[in-house]
Design a protein around this ligand. Structure first.
Ligand code: ATP
Ligand code: MG
Length: 413
């Protein structure tokens, strides 16, 4: 990927999210054509974040993008850069970018950042500790897959899913039988179950070097979020967690080297063992969900959106912003009971709670809180601060419990 000159900032962006990333692109002087869904296109036009909006049903679909461009008389030669900030857009952007010689992620790298089994196979070869995994298609083949990874317990999941959707831990033969009854053909991935606390490592890699990383710990391993466990994390300070940071940096650098991932942002999940060593979980080439972007910025001064935009354009990595020396920050999901929301605390009420730094609501009174299907199902989120990781977790637990109890839905409470 070559650096861009003054004129190299014409970007084709697949998908209209996250907004802060679009702002960061614009701040670096990019001229952005965004391929967006009808719903997101309206919001984009209102906020004036991009130069042109092209509407297709699914901006992650290469055919729809190419047909949409042709329909509007836009040639691929009008772009210096083709990219997406979204998990499901990485491969499409790489394929289209490669087809026209634009700056983009190399296709093999995008693929390894998306397919969990291919990623694990590459990293296993490089000697990174991680779960054994097997791919199967028909539910009845699960029994062989379980044997192949060394027996129960296992985790079964889609090979390129997100948000822990359709991800299940199976501990007994009964669990296996029930799973087989309830699920259809895959492909599916069956993995050896890894114990240990789940950490996430977020930052940027530039010219092949990990330039910034923030280590965080999920309050509860993400797989339990679907059962209603506290869903959020706390970002840790290197000064208080030196050994963890050293191990984390090593794991991220090895991962980036192995995947050939030289420029971009990462969100890597790993399981911490009793001796402190890390077992690799997975690595995404995008900004993490939740409000990890905020907690990473507040705790370490790392602006993931600016890092993303700089890596997309080939601009220098941003310097770290001023960050807190003492306090720690976390984020937490806020849920109402399932059903149509009759009432819930307002943003001002959430922000007035002790330890809450900021909050956002996704649902309004009258909209429906669904069952927890992914780790991103939510009524809202809060960003919280505390004096220690344990303090952050207790503030987060308090605000989540208070919100849930204060909210009313037409079923549930
Ligand atoms: N082999 C495993 N052993 C133990 N837990 C696992 C394993 N694989 C997945 N999990 C749990 O399931 C969660 C979701 O799995 P994974 O991260 O692979 O999928 P995902 O859908 O890409 O998640 P996300 O997009 O939220 O990062 C993990 O965060 C972890 O808590
Ligand atoms: Mg994950």
């Amino acid at each position: 990927m070559s650096d861009i000159g003054d004129d190299g900032n014409r970007v084709l962006l697949l998908g209209a999210k996250p907004e802060d990333s679009l702002t960061a692109l614009r701040d670096l002087g990019a001229r952005v054509t965004c391929v967006a869904t009808p719903r997101h296109a309206a919001a984009l036009r209102k906020h004036g974040l991009v130069d042109r909006v092209l509407v297709v049903e699914d901006p992650m679909d290469a055919e729809q993008v190419l047909l949409g461009l042709a329909r509007h008389g836009i040639g691929l030669d009008e772009f210096d850069v083709i990219t997406s900030a979204l998990e499901h857009g990485l491969v499409t952007a790489a394929v289209i970018g490669t087809s026209c010689g634009a700056r983009c992620l190399p296709v093999p790298v995008a693929v390894l950042l998306r397919d969990k089994h291919a990623q694990k196979t590459a990293l296993r070869r490089a000697g990174v500790p991680l779960a054994r995994s097997a791919v199967f298609v028909q539910p009845e083949e699960l029994t062989d897959a379980v044997a192949e990874v060394g027996g129960l317990p296992v985790v079964v999941k889609p090979p390129s899913g997100a948000g822990a959707q359709d991800t299940r831990a199976l501990r007994t033969d009964d669990d296996v039988a029930v799973w087989q009854k309830e699920h259809g053909a895959g492909p599916w991935v069956c993995e050896e179950f890894v114990s240990g606390d789940e950490l996430h490592l977020d930052g940027a890699v530039r010219d092949g070097k990990v330039v910034d990383v923030c280590v965080s710990r999920y309050f509860q391993n993400q797989i339990t979020a679907l059962d209603g466990a506290l869903n959020g994390s706390v970002a840790l300070q290197p000064a208080q967690d030196e050994a963890r940071y050293t191990r984390a940096r090593h794991l991220v650098q090895t991962t980036a080297d192995t995947l050939g991932f030289t420029d971009g942002v990462f969100h890597l999940e790993a399981f911490e063992q009793a001796d402190g060593s890390l077992v690799f979980g997975e690595c995404a080439g995008r900004i993490a969900g939740g409000r990890i972007d905020r907690t990473v910025l507040l705790t370490r001064g790392i602006d993931l959106h600016r890092h993303w935009a700089a890596s997309v354009l080939g601009a220098p990595a941003p310097a770290r912003a001023e960050a807190s020396d003492d306090d720690l920050f976390g984020w937490v999901t806020l849920n109402t009971p399932p059903g149509r929301v009759l009432s819930m605390p307002t943003l001002d009420e959430i922000r007035a709670r002790k330890g809450v730094v900021d909050a956002e609501l996704k649902l309004k009174v009258g909209s429906v809180m669904t069952r927890l299907q992914t780790t991103t199902t939510r009524a809202g989120r809060a960003v919280v601060r505390g004096t220690s990781a344990a303090d952050v977790e207790s503030v987060a637990a308090d605000v989540a419990a208070w919100f849930q109890q204060a909210a009313r839905s037409d079923t549930g409470s």
